[in-house]
Design a protein around this ligand. Structure first.
Ligand SMILES: *Cc1c(COP(=O)(O)O)cnc(C)c1O
Length: 401
């Protein structure tokens, strides 16, 4: 169980049943958290928010004062973020960029391109010449770097250091740097190197990953006698759904990055977290519709389900939650209630996969009580399969200024 903020609790209890489920975003909590993250980072580390974690306009805007820019991973995100937070620096990453998306990004004056392949580099160069003649476009090739001493072992989602469709194989690094520095494409500028190798790591592991990325980038540049201005060491700061109180240690991470900054005083480091910035500000609040016993296990069926909050199904965890008692029971018949200590919280979908949390300690949970699922501010609504079974969409509420 995990406790909602007072504002979230009050709203989760006061919304009429018909307006549940609902996503409740505590923007005050988000701002406080983002400010603490920013404060833990050395001044020379730039913070970009990876918009794919949660591109809600109010969230992008609330993060504005604390971030240096936004990382977008599709033409859709690019257009959306450029519209919602106009004028902020954007970095365009992600695999499989289409020529139309690249052209749109060039037209928007995208600050940086994270290039995923040699083919993409050629396409970008060709389009840059046509779409923004006379402009030098900043490029950071993304490398799928091997990382020393098994730092990625604890990762929940490794996308580097092993075969993946992401980034360039390190064996192509020299060829790519040559292509960007031998005069072939004078309108492209090798600004630096990008790597996003894993998600779900703790601070010490992620400091080690950042060190490996920077060292290999500096070695690569040294081999070609060029200077890199920036290294982007990616996102992936861990969010522990099993222990929501144990947040990523931004202070330790910031201290580790400060040591790297000291060692490489000429480099700007950039990070681009998504999940660890916004996960904690979001709640999915709903109502228990029914409680029943099935072959010795107790189930509470809630309004909504994994078609709104797919995170526990995709990541295979129990979404942290807290129950909020409602005393009202308007019916003359007995109120369904859990008799045992533990209840499995399922949604309204006709599939056994529609489980939000298993065996939650929720003694006495009754139909009509409410449940607030936490850590629902990232990779939650926007990764879910909303249309399956055609249930209504949840409400969306933003708390705080
Ligand atoms: C998804 C992604 C991120 C953000 O990852 P989190 O785990 O949400 O911090 C950053 N960079 C790239 C390239 C990504 O694909």
């Amino acid at each position: 169980m995990t406790d909602p903020t007072d504002a979230v609790r009050d709203l989760a209890l006061s919304l009429p049943s018909a307006e549940l489920p609902a996503y409740l975003y505590d923007l005050t909590a988000l701002r406080t958290h983002a400010a603490a993250v920013r404060a833990a980072l050395p001044g020379r580390v730039e913070l970009h928010y990876a918009a794919k974690a949660n591109p809600e306009p109010r969230i992008l805007a609330a993060l504005g004062p604390y971030v240096d820019g936004y990382e977008v991973a599709s033409g859709g995100e690019l257009a959306h973020v450029a519209r919602v937070v106009p004028g902020r620096p954007l970095a365009f990453g992600g695999p499989g960029k289409t020529p139309a998306e690249i052209a749109a990004a060039l037209e928007l004056g995208t600050a940086r391109f994270h290039v995923e392949s040699e083919h993409e580099l050629h396409v970008l160069a060709e389009l840059a010449r046509r779409v923004v003649p006379g402009v030098r476009v900043a490029v950071l090739p993304r490398f799928n770097l091997p990382v020393a001493n098994g730092s990625l072992a604890g990762s929940s989602l490794a996308m580097g250091g092993r075969p993946t469709p992401f980034g360039l194989d390190p064996s192509r690094a020299d060829a790519v740097v040559r292509l960007l520095t031998d005069g072939t494409y004078p309108h492209l500028e090798l600004r630096g190197v990008h790597a996003h190798l894993a998600s779900g790591l703790g601070a010490p592991e992620l400091v080690a990953v950042a060190g490996s990325i920077v060292e290999s980038a500096v070695r690569l540049a040294g081999r070609h006698g060029v200077r890199l201005a920036e290294v982007n060491v990616g996102g992936g700061m861990g969010v522990d759904y099993g222990a929501p109180g144990d947040r990523f240690d931004w202070t330790a991470y910031g201290a580790g990055l400060a040591r790297l900054c000291d060692r490489y005083p000429e480099l700007v480091l950039r990070i681009e977290p998504g999940r660890a910035l916004t996960a904690y500000c979001g709640w999915y609040a709903t109502e228990v519709l029914d409680v029943k016993d099935s072959h010795g296990e107790e189930f509470a069926v809630v309004r909504g389900g994994t078609h709104h909050l797919r995170t526990p199904a995709t990541k295979g965890h129990d979404q942290p939650c807290t129950s909020l008692a409602v005393e009202d029971w308007p019916h003359p018949w007995p109120r369904p209630a859990a008799r045992g200590e533990r209840v499995t919280l399922a949604g309204q979908l006709c599939t056994p996969k529609d489980v939000l949390a298993r065996n939650v300690p929720a003694r006495g949970l009754r139909a009509g009580d409410r449940v607030a699922f936490g850590l629902a501010g990232a990779y939650a609504w926007n990764i879910s399969h909303h249309d399956f079974l055609m249930h209504p969409r949840p409400g969306f509420h933003f708390l705080g200024p």
